[in-house]
Design a protein around this ligand. Structure first.
Ligand code: AMP
Ligand code: GLY
Length: 429
Protein backbone atom coordinates (compact mmCIF):
# COMPACT_ATOMS: atom_id res chain seq x y z
CA UNK A 1 0.00 0.00 0.00
CA UNK A 2 1.22 3.54 -0.81
CA UNK A 3 0.22 6.27 1.63
CA UNK A 4 0.27 10.06 1.45
CA UNK A 5 0.39 12.02 4.72
CA UNK A 6 -0.57 15.70 4.36
CA UNK A 7 1.17 18.24 6.61
CA UNK A 8 4.61 19.13 7.94
CA UNK A 9 4.57 19.07 11.74
CA UNK A 10 5.49 16.70 14.53
CA UNK A 11 2.09 15.01 14.28
CA UNK A 12 2.71 14.25 10.61
CA UNK A 13 6.17 12.85 11.34
CA UNK A 14 4.63 10.56 13.98
CA UNK A 15 2.01 9.46 11.41
CA UNK A 16 4.65 8.79 8.74
CA UNK A 17 6.84 6.87 11.21
CA UNK A 18 3.99 4.73 12.52
CA UNK A 19 2.42 4.07 9.10
CA UNK A 20 5.78 3.07 7.62
CA UNK A 21 6.06 0.29 10.22
CA UNK A 22 3.00 -1.51 8.82
CA UNK A 23 3.69 -4.76 6.97
CA UNK A 24 1.07 -3.65 4.41
CA UNK A 25 2.82 -0.38 3.58
CA UNK A 26 5.45 -0.19 0.86
CA UNK A 27 5.92 3.59 0.81
CA UNK A 28 4.84 6.69 2.74
CA UNK A 29 4.98 10.13 1.13
CA UNK A 30 4.58 13.35 3.09
CA UNK A 31 3.46 16.67 1.58
CA UNK A 32 5.29 18.92 2.22
CA UNK A 33 6.94 17.19 5.21
CA UNK A 34 10.08 18.12 7.14
CA UNK A 35 13.59 16.70 7.62
CA UNK A 36 12.22 13.87 9.79
CA UNK A 37 9.54 12.74 7.34
CA UNK A 38 12.20 12.79 4.60
CA UNK A 39 14.21 10.26 6.63
CA UNK A 40 11.26 7.95 7.47
CA UNK A 41 9.41 8.44 4.16
CA UNK A 42 9.67 10.63 1.06
CA UNK A 43 8.76 14.29 0.93
CA UNK A 44 6.65 15.80 -1.84
CA UNK A 45 7.01 19.58 -2.26
CA UNK A 46 3.29 20.43 -2.25
CA UNK A 47 1.87 22.63 0.56
CA UNK A 48 -0.84 21.03 2.72
CA UNK A 49 -3.40 23.61 1.55
CA UNK A 50 -2.97 22.95 -2.21
CA UNK A 51 -5.80 20.45 -2.65
CA UNK A 52 -5.71 20.29 -6.48
CA UNK A 53 -1.98 19.50 -6.77
CA UNK A 54 -2.26 17.00 -3.88
CA UNK A 55 -5.10 15.21 -5.72
CA UNK A 56 -3.07 15.12 -8.94
CA UNK A 57 -0.07 13.68 -7.06
CA UNK A 58 -2.24 11.02 -5.39
CA UNK A 59 -3.79 10.05 -8.74
CA UNK A 60 -0.51 9.93 -10.66
CA UNK A 61 1.28 7.94 -7.97
CA UNK A 62 -1.52 5.45 -7.27
CA UNK A 63 -1.79 6.43 -3.63
CA UNK A 64 -3.98 3.89 -1.80
CA UNK A 65 -4.71 6.02 1.25
CA UNK A 66 -4.30 9.70 2.13
CA UNK A 67 -4.14 10.75 5.80
CA UNK A 68 -4.59 14.46 6.57
CA UNK A 69 -2.78 15.94 9.57
CA UNK A 70 -3.89 19.60 9.89
CA UNK A 71 -7.37 21.08 10.06
CA UNK A 72 -7.16 23.68 7.28
CA UNK A 73 -7.31 21.29 4.28
CA UNK A 74 -10.08 19.33 6.02
CA UNK A 75 -12.16 22.47 6.56
CA UNK A 76 -11.39 23.43 2.95
CA UNK A 77 -12.90 20.15 1.69
CA UNK A 78 -9.94 17.92 0.78
CA UNK A 79 -11.88 14.78 1.68
CA UNK A 80 -14.84 15.57 -0.61
CA UNK A 81 -12.43 16.53 -3.39
CA UNK A 82 -10.38 13.31 -3.15
CA UNK A 83 -13.49 11.13 -2.85
CA UNK A 84 -15.08 12.62 -5.95
CA UNK A 85 -11.86 11.79 -7.79
CA UNK A 86 -12.20 8.17 -6.63
CA UNK A 87 -9.35 8.42 -4.10
CA UNK A 88 -9.42 6.82 -0.66
CA UNK A 89 -8.84 9.33 2.14
CA UNK A 90 -9.17 9.26 5.92
CA UNK A 91 -10.86 12.30 7.46
CA UNK A 92 -14.16 14.16 7.78
CA UNK A 93 -16.08 15.73 4.89
CA UNK A 94 -16.06 19.52 4.63
CA UNK A 95 -19.50 19.65 6.23
CA UNK A 96 -18.44 17.45 9.14
CA UNK A 97 -15.14 19.35 9.56
CA UNK A 98 -17.24 22.37 10.61
CA UNK A 99 -17.16 20.79 14.04
CA UNK A 100 -13.69 22.39 14.24
CA UNK A 101 -14.05 25.03 11.51
CA UNK A 102 -17.02 26.80 13.11
CA UNK A 103 -17.48 27.14 16.86
CA UNK A 104 -21.07 28.28 16.27
CA UNK A 105 -21.77 25.06 14.32
CA UNK A 106 -20.13 22.96 17.06
CA UNK A 107 -22.11 24.67 19.82
CA UNK A 108 -25.31 24.17 17.85
CA UNK A 109 -24.62 20.43 17.54
CA UNK A 110 -23.91 20.31 21.28
CA UNK A 111 -27.07 22.20 22.15
CA UNK A 112 -29.24 19.98 19.94
CA UNK A 113 -27.70 16.80 21.35
CA UNK A 114 -27.72 17.96 24.98
CA UNK A 115 -23.95 17.63 25.27
CA UNK A 116 -22.49 19.25 28.40
CA UNK A 117 -20.65 22.48 27.51
CA UNK A 118 -20.42 26.09 28.77
CA UNK A 119 -23.59 28.21 28.42
CA UNK A 120 -23.20 30.61 25.52
CA UNK A 121 -24.69 32.98 22.98
CA UNK A 122 -23.56 33.58 19.39
CA UNK A 123 -23.40 37.09 17.90
CA UNK A 124 -22.55 38.75 14.60
CA UNK A 125 -23.36 42.35 15.69
CA UNK A 126 -21.27 44.07 18.33
CA UNK A 127 -24.23 46.10 19.71
CA UNK A 128 -26.17 42.93 20.44
CA UNK A 129 -23.17 41.28 22.04
CA UNK A 130 -22.54 44.38 24.21
CA UNK A 131 -26.19 44.65 25.32
CA UNK A 132 -26.27 41.01 26.31
CA UNK A 133 -22.89 41.09 28.09
CA UNK A 134 -24.02 44.23 30.01
CA UNK A 135 -27.11 42.40 31.20
CA UNK A 136 -24.98 39.71 32.91
CA UNK A 137 -23.58 39.83 36.43
CA UNK A 138 -20.03 41.20 36.57
CA UNK A 139 -17.49 38.41 36.18
CA UNK A 140 -15.18 36.58 33.80
CA UNK A 141 -16.30 35.50 30.31
CA UNK A 142 -14.75 33.83 27.29
CA UNK A 143 -15.04 35.37 23.81
CA UNK A 144 -14.28 33.14 20.82
CA UNK A 145 -13.99 33.80 17.11
CA UNK A 146 -16.21 31.40 15.18
CA UNK A 147 -13.69 30.27 12.56
CA UNK A 148 -10.13 28.95 12.45
CA UNK A 149 -7.68 31.47 13.91
CA UNK A 150 -4.52 29.37 14.27
CA UNK A 151 -5.27 28.72 17.94
CA UNK A 152 -5.45 32.45 18.79
CA UNK A 153 -9.20 33.04 18.51
CA UNK A 154 -10.08 32.50 22.20
CA UNK A 155 -9.90 35.48 24.57
CA UNK A 156 -10.24 34.92 28.31
CA UNK A 157 -11.81 38.06 29.81
CA UNK A 158 -11.78 39.04 33.50
CA UNK A 159 -14.76 41.38 33.29
CA UNK A 160 -17.76 42.38 31.18
CA UNK A 161 -15.80 45.42 29.96
CA UNK A 162 -12.98 43.24 28.68
CA UNK A 163 -15.47 40.91 27.01
CA UNK A 164 -17.14 43.81 25.19
CA UNK A 165 -13.71 45.03 24.07
CA UNK A 166 -12.80 41.55 22.78
CA UNK A 167 -16.14 41.31 20.95
CA UNK A 168 -15.53 44.73 19.39
CA UNK A 169 -12.02 43.78 18.25
CA UNK A 170 -13.39 40.72 16.46
CA UNK A 171 -16.73 41.93 15.10
CA UNK A 172 -15.91 45.57 14.36
CA UNK A 173 -12.14 45.79 13.90
CA UNK A 174 -11.74 42.50 12.04
CA UNK A 175 -9.12 41.13 14.47
CA UNK A 176 -9.36 37.62 13.04
CA UNK A 177 -10.67 38.55 9.59
CA UNK A 178 -13.52 36.35 8.37
CA UNK A 179 -12.96 33.93 11.27
CA UNK A 180 -14.25 36.64 13.63
CA UNK A 181 -17.36 37.74 11.71
CA UNK A 182 -19.34 35.71 14.20
CA UNK A 183 -18.41 35.13 17.83
CA UNK A 184 -19.36 33.03 20.82
CA UNK A 185 -19.55 34.53 24.29
CA UNK A 186 -19.53 31.83 26.95
CA UNK A 187 -19.17 31.13 30.66
CA UNK A 188 -15.80 30.31 32.13
CA UNK A 189 -15.36 26.68 33.12
CA UNK A 190 -13.03 25.71 35.96
CA UNK A 191 -11.14 22.43 36.30
CA UNK A 192 -8.40 20.35 34.72
CA UNK A 193 -8.23 20.20 30.95
CA UNK A 194 -7.85 17.01 28.99
CA UNK A 195 -8.50 15.80 25.49
CA UNK A 196 -10.18 12.58 24.40
CA UNK A 197 -9.67 11.40 20.85
CA UNK A 198 -11.46 8.67 18.96
CA UNK A 199 -11.35 7.13 15.50
CA UNK A 200 -14.84 7.35 14.07
CA UNK A 201 -16.62 6.19 10.94
CA UNK A 202 -20.30 7.18 10.83
CA UNK A 203 -21.33 5.09 13.82
CA UNK A 204 -18.35 3.13 15.08
CA UNK A 205 -16.27 4.90 17.73
CA UNK A 206 -12.90 3.57 18.88
CA UNK A 207 -11.33 5.79 21.55
CA UNK A 208 -7.57 6.31 21.44
CA UNK A 209 -5.32 6.12 24.50
CA UNK A 210 -5.71 9.20 26.69
CA UNK A 211 -3.16 12.01 26.58
CA UNK A 212 -2.53 15.45 27.98
CA UNK A 213 -1.04 18.49 26.28
CA UNK A 214 0.87 21.44 27.87
CA UNK A 215 -0.34 24.55 26.08
CA UNK A 216 1.49 27.33 27.95
CA UNK A 217 5.00 28.31 26.90
CA UNK A 218 6.71 28.24 30.31
CA UNK A 219 7.11 25.90 33.27
CA UNK A 220 4.25 25.76 35.74
CA UNK A 221 1.71 26.54 32.98
CA UNK A 222 2.86 30.17 32.79
CA UNK A 223 3.34 32.41 29.77
CA UNK A 224 1.49 32.64 26.48
CA UNK A 225 -0.52 29.86 24.83
CA UNK A 226 1.34 27.81 22.21
CA UNK A 227 0.45 24.96 19.88
CA UNK A 228 1.61 22.65 22.70
CA UNK A 229 5.00 22.35 24.44
CA UNK A 230 4.79 18.67 25.32
CA UNK A 231 2.41 15.84 26.03
CA UNK A 232 2.17 12.52 27.78
CA UNK A 233 0.06 9.40 27.45
CA UNK A 234 -1.82 7.93 29.24
CA UNK A 235 -3.48 10.71 31.26
CA UNK A 236 -4.33 9.02 34.59
CA UNK A 237 -6.68 11.88 35.48
CA UNK A 238 -9.17 10.22 33.11
CA UNK A 239 -10.35 7.19 35.07
CA UNK A 240 -12.17 4.28 33.42
CA UNK A 241 -15.48 5.49 34.86
CA UNK A 242 -14.84 8.99 33.57
CA UNK A 243 -13.99 7.59 30.14
CA UNK A 244 -17.29 5.67 30.13
CA UNK A 245 -19.15 8.86 30.99
CA UNK A 246 -17.31 10.81 28.26
CA UNK A 247 -18.15 8.14 25.67
CA UNK A 248 -21.79 7.96 26.77
CA UNK A 249 -22.50 11.66 27.29
CA UNK A 250 -20.21 13.25 24.71
CA UNK A 251 -18.80 11.04 21.94
CA UNK A 252 -21.87 8.91 21.19
CA UNK A 253 -24.39 11.80 21.13
CA UNK A 254 -22.02 13.94 19.02
CA UNK A 255 -21.54 11.22 16.41
CA UNK A 256 -25.29 10.54 16.43
CA UNK A 257 -26.25 14.21 16.06
CA UNK A 258 -23.81 14.62 13.16
CA UNK A 259 -25.68 11.86 11.34
CA UNK A 260 -29.04 13.45 12.14
CA UNK A 261 -27.75 16.75 10.70
CA UNK A 262 -26.73 14.93 7.52
CA UNK A 263 -23.01 15.35 8.07
CA UNK A 264 -22.00 11.94 9.37
CA UNK A 265 -18.55 12.10 10.94
CA UNK A 266 -15.59 10.03 9.80
CA UNK A 267 -12.03 10.67 10.94
CA UNK A 268 -10.49 11.66 14.25
CA UNK A 269 -12.93 13.23 16.68
CA UNK A 270 -10.96 15.22 19.25
CA UNK A 271 -12.95 16.50 22.23
CA UNK A 272 -11.15 19.16 24.28
CA UNK A 273 -12.69 18.88 27.75
CA UNK A 274 -12.74 20.70 31.06
CA UNK A 275 -13.17 18.25 33.92
CA UNK A 276 -15.34 20.40 36.20
CA UNK A 277 -16.80 19.61 39.64
CA UNK A 278 -20.07 18.96 37.80
CA UNK A 279 -18.48 16.51 35.35
CA UNK A 280 -16.76 16.78 31.94
CA UNK A 281 -17.73 19.74 29.72
CA UNK A 282 -16.71 20.23 26.09
CA UNK A 283 -14.46 23.26 25.43
CA UNK A 284 -14.02 22.56 21.73
CA UNK A 285 -13.97 19.89 19.08
CA UNK A 286 -11.14 19.26 16.66
CA UNK A 287 -11.35 16.91 13.69
CA UNK A 288 -7.76 15.62 13.55
CA UNK A 289 -4.99 14.22 15.70
CA UNK A 290 -3.56 16.61 18.30
CA UNK A 291 -0.04 17.93 17.99
CA UNK A 292 1.98 17.08 20.13
CA UNK A 293 -0.47 14.51 21.61
CA UNK A 294 -0.14 12.28 18.52
CA UNK A 295 3.57 11.74 19.23
CA UNK A 296 3.27 9.88 22.59
CA UNK A 297 -0.06 8.27 21.62
CA UNK A 298 1.21 6.81 18.33
CA UNK A 299 4.42 5.66 20.00
CA UNK A 300 2.27 3.54 22.35
CA UNK A 301 0.02 2.14 19.61
CA UNK A 302 0.77 -1.52 18.86
CA UNK A 303 -2.00 -2.10 16.30
CA UNK A 304 -1.38 -1.54 12.59
CA UNK A 305 -2.32 2.11 12.00
CA UNK A 306 -2.50 1.73 8.22
CA UNK A 307 -5.04 -1.05 8.62
CA UNK A 308 -7.19 0.89 11.12
CA UNK A 309 -7.24 4.09 9.07
CA UNK A 310 -7.98 2.17 5.84
CA UNK A 311 -10.92 0.41 7.48
CA UNK A 312 -12.23 3.74 8.77
CA UNK A 313 -11.81 5.36 5.33
CA UNK A 314 -13.82 2.47 3.83
CA UNK A 315 -16.58 2.73 6.46
CA UNK A 316 -15.60 -0.70 7.84
CA UNK A 317 -14.23 0.32 11.22
CA UNK A 318 -16.72 -2.04 12.92
CA UNK A 319 -14.48 -4.91 11.73
CA UNK A 320 -11.76 -3.63 14.05
CA UNK A 321 -12.42 -4.95 17.52
CA UNK A 322 -10.20 -2.63 19.53
CA UNK A 323 -6.75 -1.10 19.49
CA UNK A 324 -3.76 -2.57 21.28
CA UNK A 325 -1.54 -0.28 23.36
CA UNK A 326 1.86 -0.59 24.96
CA UNK A 327 1.06 -0.24 28.69
CA UNK A 328 4.22 1.83 29.22
CA UNK A 329 3.70 5.60 29.37
CA UNK A 330 5.28 7.90 26.79
CA UNK A 331 6.37 11.53 27.22
CA UNK A 332 7.00 14.03 24.41
CA UNK A 333 9.09 17.14 25.15
CA UNK A 334 8.89 19.86 22.51
CA UNK A 335 12.14 21.68 21.75
CA UNK A 336 11.37 25.14 20.39
CA UNK A 337 13.12 28.12 18.83
CA UNK A 338 13.78 30.98 21.27
CA UNK A 339 10.99 33.54 20.90
CA UNK A 340 8.20 31.10 19.98
CA UNK A 341 5.18 31.64 20.02
CA UNK A 342 6.37 35.11 18.95
CA UNK A 343 9.18 35.82 16.46
CA UNK A 344 12.19 33.55 16.27
CA UNK A 345 15.27 33.03 14.12
CA UNK A 346 15.47 30.22 11.58
CA UNK A 347 18.36 28.47 9.89
CA UNK A 348 20.40 27.30 12.91
CA UNK A 349 22.26 24.01 12.58
CA UNK A 350 20.81 21.28 14.84
CA UNK A 351 23.35 18.83 16.27
CA UNK A 352 23.00 15.56 18.18
CA UNK A 353 19.88 14.23 16.43
CA UNK A 354 21.38 10.82 15.67
CA UNK A 355 22.75 10.36 19.19
CA UNK A 356 19.32 11.12 20.64
CA UNK A 357 17.50 8.82 18.22
CA UNK A 358 19.84 5.94 19.07
CA UNK A 359 18.70 5.86 22.71
CA UNK A 360 16.38 2.94 23.51
CA UNK A 361 12.60 3.49 23.27
CA UNK A 362 13.21 7.03 22.06
CA UNK A 363 12.18 8.79 18.87
CA UNK A 364 12.91 12.34 17.83
CA UNK A 365 9.91 13.57 15.87
CA UNK A 366 10.67 16.58 13.71
CA UNK A 367 8.32 19.56 13.33
CA UNK A 368 9.95 22.83 12.17
CA UNK A 369 13.05 21.38 10.51
CA UNK A 370 14.48 21.35 7.00
CA UNK A 371 17.23 19.27 5.48
CA UNK A 372 20.05 21.22 3.80
CA UNK A 373 22.55 18.91 2.18
CA UNK A 374 23.47 16.58 5.02
CA UNK A 375 22.56 18.97 7.83
CA UNK A 376 19.26 19.73 9.57
CA UNK A 377 18.23 23.33 10.33
CA UNK A 378 15.40 24.80 12.41
CA UNK A 379 12.65 26.29 10.25
CA UNK A 380 9.74 26.72 12.66
CA UNK A 381 8.77 27.65 16.23
CA UNK A 382 8.19 24.13 17.47
CA UNK A 383 11.21 22.29 16.11
CA UNK A 384 11.33 18.78 17.60
CA UNK A 385 9.11 16.51 19.71
CA UNK A 386 11.53 14.30 21.62
CA UNK A 387 9.49 11.30 22.73
CA UNK A 388 10.38 8.34 24.95
CA UNK A 389 8.69 5.48 26.74
CA UNK A 390 9.50 4.22 30.22
CA UNK A 391 8.25 1.72 32.79
CA UNK A 392 6.48 4.56 34.56
CA UNK A 393 5.82 8.21 33.80
CA UNK A 394 8.88 9.35 35.74
CA UNK A 395 11.28 7.15 33.78
CA UNK A 396 9.59 8.11 30.48
CA UNK A 397 10.12 11.76 31.41
CA UNK A 398 13.75 11.14 32.38
CA UNK A 399 14.39 9.28 29.10
CA UNK A 400 12.81 12.05 27.00
CA UNK A 401 14.78 14.79 28.79
CA UNK A 402 18.02 12.75 28.59
CA UNK A 403 17.50 12.62 24.82
CA UNK A 404 16.91 16.39 24.63
CA UNK A 405 20.29 16.89 26.35
CA UNK A 406 22.02 15.34 23.33
CA UNK A 407 20.44 17.88 20.95
CA UNK A 408 21.54 21.44 20.49
CA UNK A 409 21.12 24.49 18.30
CA UNK A 410 21.69 28.16 18.92
CA UNK A 411 18.99 29.40 21.34
CA UNK A 412 16.86 26.30 21.60
CA UNK A 413 14.61 25.92 24.63
CA UNK A 414 12.04 23.64 26.20
CA UNK A 415 9.82 23.37 29.24
CA UNK A 416 11.29 21.30 32.08
CA UNK A 417 8.13 20.02 33.70
CA UNK A 418 6.34 18.00 31.01
CA UNK A 419 4.29 15.28 32.77
CA UNK A 420 4.98 16.56 36.30
CA UNK A 421 1.24 16.92 36.80
CA UNK A 422 0.96 13.13 36.80
CA UNK A 423 3.79 12.59 39.29
CA UNK A 424 2.34 15.30 41.53
CA UNK A 425 -1.16 13.83 41.53
CA UNK A 426 0.23 10.30 42.05
CA UNK A 427 2.46 11.27 44.96
CA UNK A 428 -0.54 13.08 46.50
CA UNK A 429 -2.56 9.81 46.43
P1 AMP B 1 -10.64 26.29 22.55
O1 AMP B 1 -9.89 26.55 21.28
O2 AMP B 1 -12.09 26.60 22.49
O3 AMP B 1 -10.33 24.95 23.19
O4 AMP B 1 -9.96 27.27 23.61
C1 AMP B 1 -8.56 27.31 23.82
C2 AMP B 1 -8.28 27.27 25.29
O5 AMP B 1 -8.98 28.33 25.96
C3 AMP B 1 -8.77 26.00 25.98
O6 AMP B 1 -7.83 24.97 25.86
C4 AMP B 1 -8.94 26.49 27.39
O7 AMP B 1 -7.70 26.53 28.06
C5 AMP B 1 -9.44 27.89 27.21
N1 AMP B 1 -10.92 27.93 27.24
C6 AMP B 1 -11.75 27.91 26.17
N2 AMP B 1 -13.03 27.98 26.56
C7 AMP B 1 -13.03 28.06 27.89
C8 AMP B 1 -14.05 28.18 28.90
N3 AMP B 1 -15.33 28.23 28.59
N4 AMP B 1 -13.65 28.22 30.18
C9 AMP B 1 -12.35 28.20 30.54
N5 AMP B 1 -11.35 28.10 29.65
C10 AMP B 1 -11.67 28.04 28.34
N1 GLY C 1 -2.29 20.27 20.96
C1 GLY C 1 -3.49 20.91 20.66
C2 GLY C 1 -4.02 20.68 19.30
O1 GLY C 1 -3.50 19.89 18.53
O2 GLY C 1 -5.03 21.29 18.98
Amino acid sequence: MKILVVGNGGREHALVWKLSKSAHVEKVYCAPGNAGTAADGENVPIPATEIGPLRTFAKENNIDLTVVGPEVPLVDGIVDDFKSAGLRIFGPSQKAAQLEGSKVFAKDIMRRAGIPTADYRAFSRVEEAATWIDSLEEGPLVVKADGLAAGKGVVMCNSRGEAIEAAREMLQHGQFGDAGREIIVEDVLVGQETSILAIVDRDTIIPLATSQDHKRAHDGDQGPNTGGMGAYSPAPIVTDEMMDEIIRRILVPTVHEMKVQDCAFSGILYAGLMLTQQGPRVLEFNVRFGDPEAQPVLMRLKSDLAQVLSLAADGRLAEMESLEWDPRPAVCVVMASDGYPGDYKKGHLISGLRDADRLPDTKVFHAGTIQKEDTVLNSGGRVLGVTAMGDNIRSAKEAAYAATEKIHWDRCWKRHDISDKVSQSQSAD
